[in-house]
Design a protein around this ligand. Structure first.
Ligand SMILES: CNc1ncnc2c1ncn2[C@@H]1O[C@H](COP(=O)(O)OP(=O)(O)OP(=O)(O)O)[C@@H](O)[C@H]1O
Length: 313
């Protein structure tokens, strides 16, 4: 379901961007002119007509921060699209851990500073940085497309891991119980994201049976209960070799009191859902509660969503 855009009829401009890393820190320069003025970034620029992309990347590092690259690795290719432009900026993204020489600031890039990775000046960097930087750190090849309205507004993003051999899907279930205007959270819900824990589907078991098993293990519920499968959510973690396929069912008990007797639950008001950090993004819950089946895909690095796609057809 993760379709990647194609750009027939667009021209391309090749660019490089090299992230220089050492001992948990990254080297960033403040761009003082041209594209990305006023932003901290790695080092790079346009590839010249008579050089290879790798050579262009090394030349830009030398020109912009004075360092000589000893070795570098290309991790990703990003296609930057700006609404209204028929030119794709094709950025080749490198990591470099081995270099020599001294840092020299230039008119174009100053100051140049080492930042601890966890202290990166995110709000003074390109918005896209946070979506692909985890792949740089974990050395996971990727391809991405970011669509910008202007330099500070991103409209769409797609990231594909290019090394993944077909990852295996692992089916899980989750059942959301809705009562009037409230969602029922189990006692063991995940505090961090206000969501009931997922349950793994056993081998040979259907997802529907797993959903009923899930319900019975948590609630006093009888066999005839009807759950409705609303969402299939594929969750890919960048550094795991399988995709978690979460089948999300919804059971509406607004008219049925007996299911909930004598049990100790936590009720969460649907109206405050938007304000809470619920599982996944805000759109997920509102889409789920429309009760129309849909599919979704999330690319994650630990708790961070790097890419999300919905398919409501
Ligand atoms: C839209 N989101 C973006 N996210 C992250 N990085 C981005 C970027 N858009 C451009 N970049 C990088 O910014 C540099 C511009 O280079 P830029 O100064 O235009 O090139 P070059 O040095 O050849 O120019 P001059 O010839 O000196 O004008 C180059 O590394 C390029 O990869």
């Amino acid at each position: 379901m993760l379709s990647y855009p194609s750009f027939v009829g667009y021209s391309r401009k090749l660019m490089t961007l090299t992230m220089i890393l050492k001992n948990g820190k990254m080297l960033l320069g403040m761009k003082n002119r041209g594209m990305g003025k006023g932003k901290w970034n790695g080092f790079g620029g346009k590839v010249e007509p008579n050089e290879t992309i790798d050579d262009g990347a090394k030349r830009e590092v030398k020109e912009e921060c004075g360092l000589d690259v000893i070795s570098m690795e290309k991790i990703g290719i990003i296609e930057f699209e700006y609404v209204g432009s028929k030119e794709i900026l094709e950025g080749h993204i490198y990591s470099c851990y081995l270099f020599s020489g001294d840092i020299i600031e230039s008119d174009e890039m100053a100051p140049i500073k080492w930042f601890k990775i966890e202290d990166s000046p995110c709000n003074q960097m390109w918005i896209d940085h946070k979506f692909w930087f985890p792949m740089i750190l974990k050395n996971i090849p990727f391809k991405a497309h970011f669509k910008y309205l202007n330099d500070d507004t991103m409209l769409d993003s797609t990231i594909i891991l290019t090394n993944s051999k077909e990852k295996l899907k692992e089916p899980w279930v989750n059942v959301i119980i809705k009562k009037d205007n409230q969602i029922i959270l189990l006692k063991n819900f995940e505090e961090s994201n206000y969501f009931n824990k997922h349950e793994k589907v056993k081998s040979g078991e259907s997802v529907e049976d797993a959903a009923i098993r899930y319900l019975k293990s948590h609630y006093k519920i009888h066999d005839a209960v009807k759950v409705q499968k609303i969402a299939v959510v594929d969750i890919e973690f960048i550094d795991k070799q399988f995709i978690q396929e979460i089948n999300v069912f919804v059971l509406d008990v607004s008219k049925i009191n007996k299911y909930l007797q004598n049990e100790d639950f936590r009720l969460l008001d649907i109206n405050i859902i938007q304000a809470n950090k619920l599982w996944l993004d805000n759109k997920f819950f509102s889409t789920l509660l429309m009760m129309k089946p849909f599919k979704a895909y999330f690319l994650m690095d630990e708790d961070n969503i790097l890419c999300s796609k919905y398919d409501n057809n």
